[in-house]
Design a protein around this ligand. Structure first.
Ligand SMILES: O=C[C@H](O)[C@H](O)[C@H](O)COP(=O)(O)O
Length: 302
C-alpha cells in the first residue's frame, strides 16, 4: 500500500517530499556509511526558517533529521522508534524518505505513543518479540553525559526503550541542546525514573530513602488522573534524585537500584548509545560518539 504523502502526527504535519541529494556530512563521522542515494533529503528549511517552530522544537527537529539521515540506511528493514517529544521528528524524516524506501520496512515501537505514531504515519508496525534484532533504534533522552550515558523515562517508557536499545545493532539518541551535559542530573532534576511493580512500591521507596540515600525519591503521580502514573506495562514509576557526585557514576547507581526487589527497570542507560545528536540554538547539530569524538555539523542555509 503506498504511503500517504502528507499526514498529521501529534499536530505535526508530515510531508513526503522528493528532494535532491544532500551534501555529504561533516568529516569525522563514524558508524554506518551515510546514505547518499536518490532518496537522500536536503535539509528542509521551511518549518524552521519560516518561524513555525520554537527554538527548542527546531533543535529537536534538527537532531532527529540529522540522525535519520546518518543512520536510517536504505538497506535497513527493522527500525526501533523511541518515545517522547523528539521522536515525531524522527518519524517525520523517515516518512520523507518516501514510500519506496519504507515499503519493506517494519517499525518497532517503545510504547503506546510511538505505536500510534507509526500507525498514523502509514508505516508497518511490528513488535520486538517478532524482531528481537533491530537494525537501528532512534530515541530521545532526558539528559546525556559525555560518555553517552543517559537518563530516560521522563515519559515512563524506559523499560521498553531499554529492550529496544539492547535489541538494536545501533542505538542512537536525539535531543535538544538542553540535554547535552557533562554529568547527569545537571538540568534534569526530577531524578532517575524507576519502574516498579505496584505492590512493591512502598518497600522500594523505603529502600531508596534509607539504603540508597535518595531521601526525595517519590512515587510519580498522574496529572489528569487521580493516583499514580501507570506505565504501558501496568507498573508504577518512582523518581529518585541523587546528588551530582553519585550521578558521576551512573552505572553504579543503576546496578544498585536494579538490585532492589520489585524494581523492573531503571531509567539509566549506560554504555548503550553509539552516538547522540543534539540540535543547537544556532541551527547547528553536535554529534557525540561513543569513542569520544565530537562532530560539529554547521547550520545549513541551503
Ligand atoms: O519515557 C520517555 C522517554 O525516555 C523519552 O525518550 C525521554 O523522556 C525524552 O523525551 P523528550 O524527547 O520529550 O524530552
Amino acid at each position: 500500500m503506498p504511503l500517504p504523502t502528507q499526514v498529521s502526527v501529534k499536530g505535526i504535519e508530515i510531508h513526503a517530499v522528493p528532494l535532491p541529494p544532500m551534501a555529504p556530512p561533516a568529516t569525522g563521522a563514524q558508524g554506518p556509511t551515510p546514505h547518499h542515494g536518490s532518496t537522500r533529503l536536503k535539509p528542509l528549511k521551511s518549518p524552521i526558517q519560516e518561524g513555525k517552530l520554537s527554538v527548542i522544537e527546531r533543535s529537536k527537529q534538527l537532531a532527529a533529521w540529522t540522525a535519520v539521515d546518518e543512520h536510517v540506511l536504505p538497506e535497513y528493514r527493522v527500525i526501533g522508534i523511541g518515545s517522547g517529544s523528539t521522536v515525531p521528528y524522527v518519524v517525520e524524516r523517515i516518512v520523507s524518505q518516501g514510500a519506496e524506501a519504507n515499503k519493506d520496512r517494519v517499525f518497532i515501537p517503545t510504547g503506546f505513543q510511538s505505536k500510534e505514531l507509526i500507525v498514523s504515519s502509514g508505516l508497518s508496525l511490528g513488535d520486538v518479540d517478532q524482531y528481537p534484532t533491530i537494525d537501528v533504534t532512534l530515541d530521545g533522552a532526558d539528559e546525556v553525559d559525555t560518555q553517552l550515558n543517559c537518563i530516560k523515562g521522563g515519559g515512563a517508557c524506559h523499560l521498553r526503550e531499554k529492550v529496544l536499545a539492547e535489541a538494536a545493532t545501533t542505538f542512537i539518541l536525539v535531543a535538544d541542546y538542553r540535554k547535552n551535559v557533562e554529568y547527569l542530573g545537571t538540568n534534569f532534576k526530577a531524578g532517575v525514573p524507576i519502574e516498579v511493580v505496584p505492590f512493591a512500591y512502598a518497600k522500594v521507596l523505603q529502600n531508596l530513602h534509607q539504603v540508597l540515600n535518595s531521601p526525595k525519591a517519590t512515587l510519580r503521580m498522574a496529572v489528569a488522573k487521580a493516583g499514580p502514573v501507570v506505565s504501558d506495562n501496568g507498573n508504577f514509576i518512582i523518581d529518585a534524585p541523587f546528588d551530582v557526585e553519585r550521578m558521576k557514576e551512573p552505572y553504579k547507581i543503576m546496578a544498585q537500584i536494579k538490585m532492589l526487589t520489585g524494581v523492573v527497570e531503571v531509567g539509566l542507560f549506560c554504555h548503550m548509545a553509539r552516538a547522540a545528536y543534539f540540535g543547537n540554538q544556532d541551527g547547528s547539530v553536535t554529534a557525540k560518539w561513543n569513542d569520544g569524538k565530537i562532530q560539529e555539523i554547521p547550520a545549513t542555509n541551503s
